[in-house]
Every structure is written in structure tokens, then in C-alpha cells.
Design a protein around this ligand. Structure first.
Ligand SMILES: O=C(O)[C@H](O)[C@@H](O)[C@H](O)[C@H](O)COP(=O)(O)O
Length: 268
């Protein structure tokens, strides 16, 4: 089972980022109250990294016990380890470098230089995910997904072509049904070589949050929420098991089907 999308619209991208940061901090604190730890899956791009900066800027950031947060990435660009193109490097600069994280809980996908191909790095990342998986958690997952730990919250940006993570429309990655991680070559968004969680791995997450701002995304958001097929519109297929939350600004919401937009209660 996966959760139907819920849409929350904010006036502009700066309000949106502050709201996402507040929700994320609360989610991590709540999850730690329940499980003693929390697991987050990060993404790249303007919204993914902007969210991390907004968390860093929030005074509530220190409410989270960062030493008990597990960090994974939904996708990574397959370039040298110190390249500023790496999502991990950008995340480090935006937030992670300032936090008292436990290095053993931070799981960076492999880099070019350490692996010959994106496929090799993807296989290594899949192996590490499987090592972190527990039989108890896997037994809760529908559809036979195996080899992933519990993801409490998985963040995704959305491209103008409706890609999520590094799963691009019509390409092999979005069609993958068995593996949890794929290597990607010839991605239409540079850099061309990437590593990505697959849709089955993304859909194993408890909560999936889609972070989207800007009018250039309105078409993709509208199609995804109107129920398009995932091969053509990858964002349509990204759902969490208990929650699928679209956190978007007004410009990105221009083509959202009206029945999905939460109406404000009429004032008395
Ligand atoms: O590494 C990447 O490029 C991403 O993970 C990618 O999926 C990104 O999240 C979207 O392209 C949205 O990016 P923006 O928020 O910049 O539009």
C-alpha cells in the first residue's frame, strides 16, 4: 500500500523552505522519540540543498539529536569525491558539516575514482543498504521489496521533465523493478553519470516528501498529481507508505487539480 498524495501550498519558495525545515525538524524529533533514532534520505538540487540550509538556519535545529540520525542519499552525481557537483559535498556545506553526526551513520554513495563505473558504485551502495536492512522491517514492506533499511522520511526534488532522484522519464532506471539502486549514464540533466535509488526503494519509505518551487515545474507537478504513469512522469510514481506529501509553492501549484488543493476554512 502507498499513501495518496496530499498537497500543501505556500506563497513563495522562501516561505516554503522555512516550512519544510520546520516540518523536517519536527519529524526527526518525533521519530527519535518513538524509535530512539531517525533515518532521512536526502536529495540534490535547489530545493534539496535549500532545505538543508533552512534547517541550519532554524534555531530549532539543535532540538534534534543529530548523533542518532542515519543519513542516506536518494541519488548522487557520479563524479570525483571532492567535486562541488556532488550532492553529498553540497549537503556537507549546507548543513551536515555543522552537525555532530555519527560518521558511521552517514552513508555516502561511492564516487568516480573509487569506482570504475556508475553501475559499480550503484552495486556497492545497494550492498550497504542491504547490510543496514533488518528482517523485521522488511517483513512489513509490501510487494517483496528487500535490501533497504527503514527510511522515515525521503526527500525528493522534481525536475521540469518530472524526474525524481536520478530517475528520468522513459529511461531504464524508472523501469527497474528488482534492484534498489541503479547506475545511470546519459542523464539529460548534467552531470550525465549518476547513481539513483529505484522506484521500489523510494516507495519503501515511510514518508515521501516532494519539494517543488517555480513556475517551470507547474506542468510536471500537474501531470504527476493528475495520476500520469510513472515511466513518462517519474514524480507520479514516488509515494510513501504512510504519507506522500507535496510541499510546493504557488507558482509550482498553478496546474494542480483543484480537488487536491486544500481549501482554507471560510472566515466567520
Ligand atoms: O541530483 C540531482 O540533480 C537531484 O537529486 C534531482 O533529482 C533534483 O532534486 C531535481 O532535479 C530538482 O532539482 P531542483 O530543486 O534544483 O529543481
Amino acid at each position: 500500500m502507498s499513501a495518496d498524495p496530499r498537497v500543501s501550498i505556500h506563497p513563495d519558495s522562501s516561505v516554503l523552505l522555512a516550512a519544510i525545515a520546520a516540518r523536517l525538524i519536527t519529524k526527526l524529533v518525533d521519530t527519535q522519540d518513538r524509535y530512539g533514532e531517525a533515518t532521512i534520505v536526502l536529495t540534490g538540487g535547489t530545493m534539496g540543498i535549500g532545505t538543508l540550509r533552512a534547517v541550519a538556519d532554524s534555531p530549532a535545529c539543535r532540538a534534534v539529536d543529530w548523533s542518532k540520525v542515519n543519513v542516506w542519499w536518494g541519488d548522487e552525481r557520479f563524479v570525483e569525491a571532492d567535486s562541488s557537483d556532488r550532492n553529498t559535498v553540497q549537503a556537507e556545506e549546507a548543513l551536515l558539516g555543522r552537525l555532530p553526526l555519527d560518521p558511521a551513520r552517514v552513508h555516502r554513495p561511492g564516487a568516480a575514482g573509487d569506482f570504475a563505473t556508475a553501475d559499480d558504485a550503484a552495486a556497492d551502495y545497494a550492498r550497504r543498504l542491504a547490510e543496514a536492512a533488518s528482517a523485521e522491517h522488511e517483513s512489513e514492506l509490501p510487494g517483496g521489496v528487500r535490501g533497504v533499511p527503514r527510511f522515515d522520511v525521503l526527500l525528493l526534488g522534481v525536475g521540469p521533465d518530472a524526474h525524481v532522484a536520478s530517475l528520468f522519464p522513459e529511461m531504464a532506471g524508472i523501469r527497474e523493478t528488482e534492484r534498489t539502486v541503479v547506475g545511470v549514464e546519459n542523464a539529460p540533466k548534467p552531470p550525465p553519470a549518476r547513481i539513483s535509488l529505484t522506484l521500489p526503494a523510494i516507495k519503501s519509505a515511510d514518508e515521501v516528501w516532494m519539494l517543488v518551487a517555480g513556475e517551470d515545474k507547474a506542468g510536471a507537478v500537474g501531470l504527476a498529481l493528475a495520476g500520469a504513469g510513472a515511466v513518462h512522469v517519474p514524480a507520479a510514481g514516488a509515494r510513501g507508505r504512510t504519507r506522500t506529501l507535496w510541499l510546493i509553492d504557488a507558482a509550482a501549484a498553478a496546474k494542480v487539480p483543484q480537488e487536491l488543493v486544500r481549501k482554507e476554512p471560510a472566515s466567520a
